[in-house]
Design a protein around this ligand. Structure first.
Ligand code: KIV
Ligand code: NA
Length: 264
């Protein structure tokens, strides 16, 4: 199958075909995901939690993401490989460009993702000018856990929702290619997908987003501790890891996941 590109993701959005995304950190699972038709594979800094056993994503380094991206890239014949920029690796344009250079040249990533709101638009613009495909990440931003004092649904009230929408528009205007939104009300996810030209990928952002993403450990029911409301264990209904990941992709494509019980 032809490799997934940024323009392919845009076409899927305009054709109303949901984009199926998962995280991956290693070759074996990334191969299963690619074979199951996952469109967008994220080497997330959630590896701090699920691979390294840390309580937050903050300790994850650029070296860590480069290492795991190098493990994932050889497995992805079709899926677009996206790598997270870790906490404090994109504090200014120079730092962001240096980080992107490592993730793309050493790691082999095809897109980078960064958390951030309105004040990151200069950085997104600098990356876009340099030819780096960018996924922006709004809503719950796990890198801000100590600032926010926990992990909570974002954009619940009207002012918060309007601010998030304004930031999303600015990031799109700055050249972001994809927007990921985490833990926002389903109605706001729907508004974002409707108002932006770029694909909007949700995690805990309702069924109307242009695509869905989950941490693969959550899909396999091996998340340590309590799993988040937006997660679903697809292995519980299937006999194998391959079947579980296939069932996830199919449920996203047919808009059977998420349901209201996985949404806010
Ligand atoms: O690091 C991560 O896994 C993420 C999620 C949004 C999937 O950023
Ligand atoms: Na992340």
């Amino acid at each position: 199958a032809a490799p997934v590109t940024v323009s392919r993701l845009r076409r899927m959005k305009s054709e109303g075909k949901p984009i199926a995304c998962l995280t991956a950190y290693d070759y074996s699972l990334a191969r299963v995901e690619d074979a199951a038709g996952v469109d967008f594979v994220l080497v997330g800094d959630s590896l701090g939690n699920v691979v390294q056993g840390r309580p937050t994503t903050l300790p994850v380094t650029v070296d860590d993401i480069v290492y795991h991206t190098r493990c994932v890239v050889p497995a992805c014949e079709r899926a677009l490989v996206v790598a997270d920029m870790p906490f404090l690796s994109y504090t200014d344009e120079r730092a962001a460009l240096d980080c992107a250079a490592r993730l793309m040249k050493e790691g082999g990533a095809q897109m980078v993702k960064l958390e951030g709101a309105g004040d990151q638009t200069g950085i997104v613009a600098a990356l876009a000018r340099a030819g780096v495909p960018v996924c922006a990440h709004l809503g719950l931003q796990p890198q801000l856990v100590h600032k926010m004092g926990g992990y909570r649904v974002q954009g619940r009230d009207e002012a918060g929702a309007d601010a998030l929408l304004a930031e999303a528009r600015q990031l799109e205007a700055a050249g972001a290619d994809v927007l990921l939104v985490e833990c926002i009300p389903a109605v706001l996810g729907e508004r974002l997908a409707g108002e932006l030209a770029i694909p909007v990928i949700g995690i805990g952002a309702g069924a109307a987003c242009d695509g869905q993403i989950l941490v693969v450990q959550d899909v396999l029911g091996i998340t340590p501790g309590r799993s988040p409301r937006f997660a679903r264990d697809f292995l519980a209904d299937g006999g194998s890891i391959q079947a579980a990941i296939g069932a996830y992709v199919e449920a996203v494509r047919e808009r059977r996941f998420p349901t209201p019980e996985h949404s806010f």
